[in-house]
Design a protein around this ligand. Structure first.
Ligand code: NAD
Length: 391
């Protein structure tokens, strides 16, 4: 069986999710196009790198990501660092001819994303940006219904990603609140997931009109590099640092297909944990999804009899996208891990079949252009056209 050797950089939260996916992928998808082999894990913190090597079952570890780039046996560079390191690592990996799985958002800025996309294209490698929520079977089912015309022409939509882990002002100033490390706040961190799902379902965005706000201007400085996502609190004596990114971002969108919608992202919505939703209205019906009930797609078809019409749940299972590989009974439970396992399968398959993966660096770049337009619109308070991709 062919093996694909993985080098993973940044041994925090996402390293755990990706490592489980490499191990679990052949258990779900069989036969597999190739078996992922976990060769080297890197973290700038040696203690973290060493522990992750044992815990996530890698062959070896290092504190310098160049060791992965320079290892001729490594086929895939998996980038799980905070956003500010994505571009430098990805461009070096592309030049070394390695395939790249990069966590989202692709980069700090659209300019960086363009360089990453162009380096990948020039070196003819396979790329994937880890917007894994679109790989939830219910989201794929929504795509199938839209493509089949089951809800007709799309009129309008709304999307949300709401969390509350930073609503408490004592939730520390991790890298997710520092522009030079993260690029933007709720917009880049979670809003881009919704942008990816809606762009996947509805096509390219044309223009946006946005409002962004920073509710908590300073926070206690967090010790260490790993973001505890609000689980460690600062106290009154902790030194404070300035937040220079958005806590909340809300924008209207006009799509190139003429449909209109709204997108909201905040990490300060008390009571919301991972509230990723969309609702799409068409001329012949509606679709609704809520990740907190991710086995279900809510559907309503206009041609149902008058006395039966209304939203109903389709529980995804063997008859739905990725159903053969996942669990044999609908509603047995799709989790975050499964979305990462599906992502891993699609990526390894694209590498072995030498086809494009999706969302790839071109899509990641398109999403950075949307984020750029959103931030520009929030500043100018005017409708702002999304720039075109420079090929
Ligand atoms: N797809 C998703 O649902 C999802 C969820 C969470 C995070 N993410 C993305 O994944 C990436 C990582 O986030 P996380 O939550 O795992 O972060 P984290 O804070 O848990 O871990 C980051 C790790 O990277 C290490 N690191 C930092 N700079 C490094 C460098 N130059 N070289 C090697 N190691 C370095 C840190 O020491 C830390 O251990 C981010 O881009 C984030 O936006 C995606």
């Amino acid at each position: 069986m062919k093996e694909i050797k993985i080098g993973l950089i940044g041994a925090g939260f996402m390293a755990k999710a990706h490592s489980i996916a490499y191990a679990g992928m052949p258990m779900f998808f069989w036969p597999v196009p190739a078996i992922p082999y976990k060769k080297m894990i890197v973290d700038i913190n040696e203690e973290i790198a060493k522990a992750a090597c044992a815990r996530f079952a890698f062959e070896t570890y290092s504190t310098d990501w160049h060791d992965i780039i320079n290892d001729p046996e490594i086929d895939v560079v998996d980038i799980c660092t905070p956003n500010n390191a994505h571009a430098e690592i990805a461009i070096a990996a592309a030049k070394a001819g390695k395939h790249i799985l990069c966590e989202k958002p692709l980069s700090l800025t659209a300019e960086e994303a363009k360089e990453m996309y162009q380096a990948a294209k020039k070196n003819n490698i396979t790329t994937l940006v880890a917007f894994n929520y679109r790989r939830t079977p219910a989201v794929q089912l929504a795509k199938k219904y839209i493509e089949e015309g089951a809800i007709g022409e799309i009129l309008d939509f709304r999307g949300t990603y709401l969390q509350d882990w930073s609503a408490d002002p004592s939730s520390p100033l991790s890298w997710r609140f520092q522009k030079e490390i993260c690029g933007s706040g709720a917009l880049g961190d979670i809003g881009t997931h919704v942008v990816d799902m809606l762009r996947f379902l509805l096509g390219d965005f044309d223009k946006v009109m946005a409002r962004c706000a920073t509710y908590i201007q300073e926070r206690p400085i967090q010790s260490g590099l790993v973001d505890s996502l609000g689980n460690e609190k600062g106290n009154a004596q902790s030194p404070k640092g300035k937040v220079d990114v958005d806590d909340q971002c809300c924008f209207m969108v006009e799509c190139k297909n003429g449909s209109f919608g709204t997108i909201e992202a905040t990490r300060n919505a008390w009571g919301r944990n991972n509230f990723i939703t969309f609702e799409i209205h068409g001329t012949k019906g509606s679709l609704a999804f809520n990740y907190e009930h991710r086995d279900e797609l809510q559907v309503c078809f206009a041609d149902d009899p008058d006395d039966r019409r209304g939203f109903r749940s389709v529980y995804t299972g063997p008859n739905h996208p990725y159903g053969d590989a996942l669990w044999p009974i609908p509603a047995l439970g799709i989790g975050y891990t499964e979305t990462k396992i599906v992502e891993c399968y699609d990526f390894i398959k694209a590498i072995t079949e030498e086809t494009e993966a999706s969302p790839n660096f071109r899509d990641g770049y398109a999403i950075e252009l949307i984020a750029k337009a959103v931030l520009k619109s929030a500043q100018s308070q005017t409708w702002t056209t999304v720039d075109n991709i420079e090929e």
